[in-house]
Design a protein around this ligand. Structure first.
Ligand code: SOE
Length: 368
């Protein structure tokens, strides 16, 4: 199998996906050629293309999307919709990083373009590819913890704790849509929907603790127009309830994602810093069991190593890329696709609207 890919974006996510693509030939026989890198600045894009192993660089979007089979949209949130639609119109399959868009309305355009095409689409919810979380989903689905009653999800980071940490597009509502909510909450809401089910009602609260930040490389202050902390209560359609909390200003927490699912007969707890294990409480409540979730028998562990040979954060991107490119080659559907990304965006929009209004909001009436 041979595919050509193009990327928009050579930052953190550009590197994460490049790393994943370079690892694929070690676990299967596919050939993926990194054909073209699209960026805004010609010199910087050319240097990044060389560094990341792309055949060539361009600043022309039309050239980029016609030069590859599969296009990856890995730039700031304000370019997701336009670049994805251009790539779909050019006949590419498209992976777009999360949050899919700045709003559900913007996501509607992307889903419509996907529906008008034969393309395979993907939203970059890489945490679905953590074997421990895939195992958790299997346990929940088989009734292992009884009826799900409660979901708790926290995603805490600290990279904006310092008030002098420079302003970036991630601090701008125009460019990012929201702050911790879209950046981190998108992952948590995706996991909540995937593990528990559809969310019907939300009650959100957002806070901006640092409302100005220095311009990058300068001293003038720029306004922060997004949240740096969000919490929300959730009511699921099937009767379960939940709670999420996300922050980019949490002391001591560089990248801490924790998910708990509580059922009538047990509970499950996952924490990203302990990616290779799952905490389980069974019906007999005999204590908390730490289950080693490594090895090829674990769901999602098939392509990896013998038991005990632990995985890391980067493996989620390898598994995600393998599954997406399998779907592309086989011309099959892939999940999470653009429709999934839009469903998550509807919940994010409802949380934002609820925080603004100071009252509960229904997800679907909010987003239609
Ligand atoms: C920055 O907060 C960030 O890169 C997120 O955008 C990613 O989705 C997350 O996985 C790591 O942190």
């Amino acid at each position: 199998m041979s595919l050509t890919v193009g990327f928009l974006g050579a930052g953190f996510m550009g590197r994460a996906h490049t790393h994943a693509l370079t690892r694929l030939p070690l676990t299967d026989d596919r050939r993926v050629e990194r054909a073209i890198l699209l960026g805004r600045d010609a010199d910087r894009t050319a240097a990044a293309a060389e560094h990341l192993g792309f055949d060539r660089a361009t600043t022309d979007r039309a050239e980029a999307v016609t030069a590859c089979d599969v296009f990856y949209v890995l730039g700031p949130n304000d370019v997701h919709a336009e670049a994805s639609v251009a790539a779909l119109d050019a006949g590419c399959d498209v992976l777009c990083e999360k949050p899919l868009a700045r709003s559900a309305t913007e996501a509607d355009r992307m889903v419509a373009a996907a529906e008008d095409s034969d393309a395979v689409t993907a939203t970059g919810f890489n945490y679905r590819w953590v074997p421990a979380l895939r195992y958790a989903r299997e346990l929940i689905g088989s009734g292992e913890i009884g009826t799900v009653r409660r979901f708790r999800g926290r995603y805490l980071q600290n990279w904006l704790l310092d008030p002098d940490a420079p302003w970036s597009w991630r601090c701008s509502a125009d460019r990012a849509g929201s702050g911790a909510l879209g950046d981190l909450g998108a992952h948590v809401i995706d996991l909540a929907r995937w593990l528990v089910g559809e969310i019907a009602v939300v009650d959100g609260e957002t806070t901006t603790h640092v409302d100005h930040r220095p311009a990058p490389g300068g001293t003038d202050q720029r306004p922060v127009t997004v949240d740096d902390h969000v919490s929300a209560e959730l009511a699921f359609e099937d009767g379960a309830t939940g709670q999420i909390e996300c922050s980019r200003v949490e002391p001591g927490r560089a990248n801490d994602l924790t998910v708990e699912i509580v059922g009538s007969e047990g509970s499950i707890r996952f924490s990203l810093p302990r990616l290779n294990e799952l905490e389980l409480v069974d019906a007999d409540e005999s204590g908390v069991r730490r289950v080693d979730v490594t090895g090829p028998d674990t769901p999602g562990g098939e392509r990896w190593w013998p038991p005990g040979h632990v995985l890391g954060w980067d493996h989620t991107f390898v598994a995600e890329n393998a599954a997406f490119l399998d779907a592309v080659s086989e011309r099959e559907g892939y999940t999470p696709d653009f429709a999934t990304g839009r469903a998550v965006q509807r919940v994010l929009d409802a949380i934002q609207a609820s925080a603004k209004a100071g009252e509960r909001r229904s997800v679907h009436s909010e987003s239609r």
